[in-house]
Design a protein around this ligand. Sequence first.
Ligand code: UD1
Ligand code: CA
Length: 454
Amino acid sequence: MQKIAVVILAAGQGTRMKSAMPKVLHPVGHKPMLEHVYDTARAVGANDIHIVYGFGGHQVRERLAALDVQWVLQAEQRGTGHAVEQALPAIDDDEIVLILYGDVPLVRAATLQQLTAKVSKESIALMTATLDDATGYGRIVRDQNGMVQRIVEHKDATQEELAIREVNTGMMAVPARHLKKWIAALDNDNAQGEFYLTDVIETAVAEGMRVRTVEPASMDEILGVNNRIQLAEIERHFQLRQARALMESGVTLRDPARIDVRGTISAGQDVEIDVNVVFEGRVEIGSRVLIGANCIIKDAVIEDDAVIEPHSIIEKSLLGRRAHVGPFARIRPDTQLGEDAKIGNFVEVKKAKIGAGSKVNHLSYIGDALIGKDVNVGAGTITCNYDGANKHQTVIGDNAFIGSDTQLVAPVEVGAGATIGAGSTICRNAPANQLTLSRSPQKSVENWQRPKKK
Ligand code: UD1
Ligand code: CA
């Protein structure tokens, strides 16, 4: 197998984005589009990846510093041929150069593999597409036998050529040895005064090379982003792809058009996801999990048979098997819910470990807490974890029962099997197996008269 050097063109300014941020950093599914192209290049098995950058280069390099690439500055944009030329000195003669665009983020690795497979001693490969409206694209000119002869840019085309509907997607694969020679010979004698990469096709044909073409499996693969309308369209295509992949892996989606995956997600079988659910970061879902409408789930592990009711937000947490959350629950970072644990409506949990079978069903705040198994936390219970300067922990033993409207003033411990009377303010440790309550004595005033309206 020949080594592949990928060159990603990303020097364009993207004026029509009307943005202070370079175009290729605009995200699709929360990931810069240039990084999508990079990941695809890696999936194709690229030996080395060269990113030609220019406009906003500092920002691009800073944001994507973690990528394993060779950065190539194109200080002045003098055309696609000139852009590729900048990367060539660092590429070995015996590599295949695969050229991609940083603003065409949805190209598939499988399509690129077909493209590189068509490169040989006698042939180069070009990705083309047949469009109803080819406006703006370079047109593929073929001879009577259907052999590609050259590419003519829209601005340089004759009326006859403009009628051609087969266009250049811009992606191509060419042996480096040839490409170096052909690019060195380019001129900028054309309508735009640029060094066109596309002119190498004519040179290749003149040297007896055959130009073999590949069409993408779906049209979204060749869509480029020039403005925010196209960015939004690409986002929808991308999300639909992820929705399809989930359904193919055995997940039921109530509506594949109403799910957003902004990161990575894995799911077991027979998971059901209702509408308007947003996943962020890395989410792992077991089997038979039910997720209600309008949930936001970020960096979480959701184990088998868990249920997340509508309008819940879960972040950086783990839900054990059969855990039940929501509706309207907020699970904040560093929470662990044990098996069969239940967090009900209007409950906020943060940095807490809640043991198997324990329940916090209504209107509570549980922060910095360690709660054992089979604990019942009554409605309106608050862990008072913050003294204005520091956070303190609340520890509750197995089988404890916390009456409603209790304040647990941390640091404080409630022993196993303890019962806390409703309405208590617990400032000192409550012993195991005893009833502890703090409550002002109840009194009734005889003969008391309600004030009357004057
Ligand atoms: C190019 C192709 C055209 C094709 C179209 C597909 C040429 C001459 N034309 O046209 O046949 O149909 O793409 O979208 O290649 N770039 C640089 N440096 C430069 C110029 C461009 O990095 O000096 C980058 C841009 O950021 C962009 C890509 O190359 O990612 C394509 O540039 P663009 O100006 O959009 O090319 P088109 O004129 O659309
Ligand atoms: Ca373009």
